[in-house]
Design a protein. Structure first.
Length: 153
C-alpha cells in the first residue's frame, strides 16, 4: 500500500467515492467535515469516520483537510477546476502543501501520475478532493478507477 490513510470531507462525488473505496479496501480513513455532517444529500452517514469542524463552513473543512494531510489529489472530469475544487488548489498553494489535479479529459495516465505524486512527495496521509456529484455526475467512477489502478485493487 502506497498510503496509510485516505482523508476526505465526505461530500457526495469525489469525496464519498474515496471514502467508500477506502472502506471496501480496508484502508484507514478520516478527515474533517462541516458541523452537522453537512453534505448536499443530507447528513454524511456515520459509517464515514469524520470529525466535525466547529462550523458548517465547507471552506474550513477543506482547509483543515489540506492542512492535516501530507498531500492532496483533486479529481475532476473537466480540465478546469471550479468552486470548492478550485478553493482546494488555492489552499494547497497557500499552505505550501503538495497538490495534484487529475482531470479525466486531460490526464493520459492518471494512475501513474498519482503514484509518482505520492512517491515524490512522500505522502502517507492522502487527501482526496473534487467536485460533488451534482456538478460532475461521473466523478465517482473516475475516482474509483484511478484508485483501483494506482493501488492494484
Amino acid at each position: 500500500m502506497l498510503v496509510n490513510e485516505i482523508v476526505s470531507g465526505g461530500q457526495t462525488g469525489a469525496d464519498r467515492a474515496a471514502l467508500d473505496w477506502a472502506l471496501e479496501n480496508r484502508i484507514p480513513h478520516g478527515g474533517w467535515c462541516p458541523a452537522g455532517r453537512l453534505a448536499e444529500d443530507g447528513p454524511i452517514p456515520d459509517r464515514y469516520l469524520l470529525t466535525e469542524t466547529p462550523t458548517e463552513n465547507y471552506a474550513l473543512r477543506t482547509e483543515w483537510n489540506v492542512r492535516d494531510s501530507d498531500g492532496t489529489v483533486i479529481f475532476s472530469i473537466a480540465p478546469q477546476l471550479k468552486g470548492g475544487s478550485a478553493l482546494t488548489l488555492d489552499l494547497a498553494k497557500k499552505l505550501k502543501r503538495p497538490c495534484l489535479h487529475l482531470s479525466q479529459l486531460k490526464s493520459e495516465a492518471p494512475d501513474r501520475e498519482l503514484i509518482n505524486f505520492i512517491d515524490s512527495s512522500f505522502i502517507q496521509r492522502l487527501n482526496v478532493a473534487g467536485p460533488r456529484e451534482s456538478t460532475e455526475p461521473d466523478i465517482a467512477i473516475f475516482v474509483r478507477e484511478v484508485l483501483d489502478a494506482a493501488f492494484g485493487k
